[in-house]
Design a protein around this ligand. Structure first.
Ligand SMILES: Nc1ncnc2c1ncn2[C@@H]1O[C@H](COP(=O)(O)OP(=O)(O)OP(=O)(O)O)[C@@H](O)[C@H]1O
Length: 605
């Protein structure tokens, strides 16, 4: 494969990854994050803190008991009973520390899991309320990453991070005070290694941290590619692009591998360096400590206790570095989470929103303007009226604004100018849940949820009886194919209903819509993927489905809308013609042209 082709392949896939993994510390954001601890401030949090205190106190007490009391007093003075007491006390303290540690881990884990549960629930509940525009601007993958990965990355901070921070700070101060009390000169001498320790736990650690972050980014790129490859495998195979796909996969796989090699090489330096520094500290301790013992200003017991404490000193320093990492990563994750939480639904509900007691279904667009973005208007001030119970068809070229009209009726978006009214009420004044509960939309690409066929029909009316479900399926002609499935209505369909054909999925969505019994029904190109035989069969069923409600049919196949009460012809966001099929055919305008073009095409086919 030549270089030019290879470069073209490598630049084909663009993945936007959430590449900011850490952010500088920000107190305000930290406090907001910690506010999720509030529900646990009365029990779990204080109990865990008490356990940490007990554990830390025991750890600080034991070296003194071993060095100063056991060696210098019990052993030096050959006091057997003191020795027995000391051994028992040390044993009891270890047991106490074990118990405190057990409960600390248990309670902190519960606390951490609870916080993560609350945060995820809060985020998901909020995301569900957001308007279509929010989802237009983001990929499903990026939303998923925030709800899963970003929240998961806070888990470690809440389960271990915060409590370790507290424990390590107490430990560090405690050890330092004890070291200084035991021997100020020796303390100052061993602290010469502090700068090396400082270097290791800041720059080296930062360097290692960045390398692991690169690994994470490369991994997420690899995952995104894998996901896309598997989802698009049919297209890849049909265009025989497996080789090209492999070139790209090889590229991301190699990048991932090399980043991992770099990170683990740097990582391998860390431990030996810490141990080397410890060795320098120990050498200073022995050399200077021995001279202090010889001069009589330090006892053997004090020396031993000192050595114990010094050994303990590096542990919290190392861990604090880790918690600092977690905090910086927590900053980036929480910033992304809060960005979603602060997002307000653009289609907002008024506090005094009204509900339709009994919607009739009279729809009116008055000088309605709408644009998805500043660049272009999707609707340029349209006026249209659909009487209650009428079947209205919207036709026009691709991109003329038909779906946009349907989106405004369901109030997925608010018009940027003019109004949309149902039964004379401006939709901006209406309760969203009440409005949408009376509208059903059947899309060409029907979404089937994992669950049984029956559950999917019942989607808009979960309390429907089995008989109602079967009746709805029969009415739209879906009963036959459902019966042929291995478990009939109890057949499990996986995500998106892959085991069903596109037409079958549509029939299911008709049944779903019929069962929900809406006042307004929107069929968005709903019959486009049904074969002619099925189409004829469901035309009758459709008549039943449309009866007694306002129906808006968005159709490309004009043969399906001959019987519509009214047809609106849209073009570039404007209404060009309006009337019944016969009237419009007589006018010999745009509709007439569209019908003729389609007729010729079918004829040619
Ligand atoms: N979510 C969106 N964000 C930005 N622009 C959009 C969005 N949806 C549609 N548009 C644009 O708005 C215009 C009208 O789109 P609309 O979907 O209403 O057309 P349509 O008549 O239903 O087309 P089709 O028959 O192909 O479904 C088009 O130019 C389209 O590119």
């Amino acid at each position: 494969m030549n270089k030019q082709k290879k470069e073209a392949i490598l630049s084909r896939f663009q993945y936007s990854s959430e590449d900011v993994i850490e952010k500088p510390f920000n107190w305000k954001q930290m406090l907001r994050l910690f506010s999720y601890l509030k529900p646990y401030r009365k029990k779990l949090l204080p109990l865990s803190i008490i356990m940490v205190m007990i554990n830390t106190a025991v750890r600080l007490a034991i070296p003194i008991l071993i060095g100063v009391y056991t060696l210098d007093q019990a052993l030096a003075e050959k006091d057997a009973s003191l020795l027995t007491t000391l051994v028992s006390v040390i044993l009891a303290l270890y047991l106490l520390s074990y118990g405190a540690n057990y409960f600390r881990i248990k309670w902190m884990n519960t606390l951490g899991q609870n916080v993560i549960y609350d945060l995820r629930k809060h985020l998901f509940t909020h995301v569900q309320t957001l308007s279509h525009r929010f989802f237009d601007q983001r990929s499903a993958g990026s939303i998923l990453v925030r709800i899963l990965n970003d929240i998961n990355s806070l888990q470690e901070l809440f389960t271990n991070g915060i409590i370790n921070l507290l424990m390590d700070m107490i430990l560090l101060v405690g050890i330092f005070v004890i070291l200084f009390t035991l021997s100020p000169e020796l303390t100052l001498a061993v602290m010469v290694i502090l700068p090396i320790m400082f270097f290791i736990s800041t720059s080296l650690r930062r360097n290692i941290r960045r390398s692991w972050q690169t690994v994470r980014l490369k991994q997420s790129k690899l995952n995104s590619h894998l996901n896309e490859s598997i989802q698009g495998i049919r297209v890849t195979q049909s265009f025989t692009q497996e080789k090209e796909n492999m070139v790209f996969f090889d590229g991301v796989n190699t990048e991932n591998f090399s980043s991992w090699k770099t990170a683990s090489r740097k990582n391998a330096m860390f431990r030996p360096l810490v141990e080397l520094t410890n060795a320098i500290g120990t050498a200073v301790l022995i050399w200077f400590g021995a001279s202090l013992i010889q001069s009589g200003s330090l006892s053997i017991g004090e020396f031993v206790s000192f050595a114990f404490y010094l050994g303990m000193f590096w542990e919290p320093i190392g861990r604090l570095g880790m918690v600092y990492n977690q905090l910086l990563m927590g900053m980036a994750s929480s910033e992304r989470i809060f960005e979603f939480l602060d997002e307000k639904p653009i289609v907002a509900e008024k506090s005094d929103a009204i509900s339709f007691k009994e919607m009739k279904g009279h729809i009116e667009f008055e000088n309605t303007v709408f644009s998805y973005n500043e660049k272009r208007k999707a609707l340029k001030g349209i006026n249209l009226e659909m009487n209650a119970g009428e079947t209205v068809a919207l036709v026009g070229h691709t991109g003329s604004g038909k779906t946009t009209v349907a989106n405004l009726i369901s109030r997925f978006y608010d018009p940027t100018g003019g109004t949309v009214k149902i039964d004379g009420v401006n939709l901006k004044d209406v309760s969203l849940a009440n409005l949408r509960s009376q509208i059903s939309i059947v899309l060409q690409d029907t979404f089937i949820f994992s669950g049984t066929i029956g559950d999917n029909i019942r989607f808009g009316k979960p309390d429907a009886t089995e008989k109602q479900v079967i009746d709805a399926a029969k009415a739209v002609g879906a009963h036959d194919f459902i019966q042929r499935l291995p478990n009939g209505y109890e057949t499990e369909v996986e995500e998106r209903g892959n085991i069903l054909s596109v037409g079958e999925r549509q029939l299911l969505s008709f049944a779903r819509a019929l069962l929900a019994d809406p006042r307004i029904l929107i069929l968005d190109e709903a019959t486009a993927s049904i074969d002619t035989e099925t189409e004829v069969r469901i035309q009758t069923a459709l008549k039943k489905l449309l009866q007694g409600r306002t129906a808006i049919i968005i159709a490309h196949r004009l043969s399906t809308i001959r019987d519509a009460d009214k047809i609106f012809v849209l073009d570039h966001g404007e209404i060009l013609e309006e009337g019944s099929h016969d009237e419009l055919m007589e006018q010999k305008g745009h509709y007439h042209q569209l019908v003729k073009a389609q007729f010729n095409m079918l004829d040619a086919g």
